[in-house]
Ligand binder design. Structure first.
Ligand SMILES: Nc1nc2c(c(=O)[nH]1)N=C([C@H](O)[C@H](O)COP(=O)(O)OP(=O)(O)OP(=O)(O)O)CN2
Ligand SMILES: [Zn+2]
Length: 141
């Protein structure tokens, strides 16, 4: 299968409510996101026209609008975390989620944000989200 990938970076703070370890406290990550798309039409030896599956520039614009701009320099906390720490509720860069902002839940959120936003013949097939240099979540269609 032919596919293309673009890599994005964003800085986001979070905490995991109920986590039995240091990640229950507020902290941040330099997230690295790999977004991979494929053509719905099987390729036949070569791509006609301009020879591109989807313009990297268009992929960049879409992911920046739908994901990076929403996460970069934001603080994500669950309703459960805020119920236990109500003093944080007034912060201007706070995003409040129903679920805990684990790498797993962030990647599922990103999948939902991106799916449906691609040109008709293009589909999202893989996301990889690095939370640290050696910890990542992966979604594969
Ligand atoms: N399955 C998951 N486990 C953990 C998540 C997560 O989102 N999904 N998140 C955390 C923490 O938020 C944070 O990412 C710490 O992760 P970790 O890989 O443990 O980070 P470090 O490498 O910096 O930790 P060391 O103590 O230095 O090993 C925890 N788990
Ligand atoms: Zn973390």
């Amino acid at each position: 299968m032919l596919q293309i990938t673009k890599i994005f970076n964003f800085e986001t703070a979070h905490a995991l409510h109920g986590y039995a370890g240091k990640c229950r406290n507020l902290h941040g990550h330099s997230y690295k996101l790999h977004v991979t798309v494929s053509s719905k039409t099987p390729e036949e030896g070569y791509l006609g026209g301009t020879g591109i599956l989807m313009d990297f520039k268009d992929l960049k614009k879409l992911v920046n609008e739908k994901v990076v701009d929403k996460f970069d320099h934001r603080l994500i906390l669950s309703k459960a975390y805020l119920a236990a720490n109500p003093n944080l509720g007034e912060l201007e860069n706070l995003e409040i989620w129903d679920m805990e902002p684990s790498a797993e839940n962030i990647i599922l959120y990103i999948k939902q944000e991106l799916q449906g936003g691609f040109p008709e013949d293009v589909e999202l097939v893989k996301l990889v989200l690095y939370e640290t240099s050696d910890s990542y979540a992966e979604w594969i269609k």
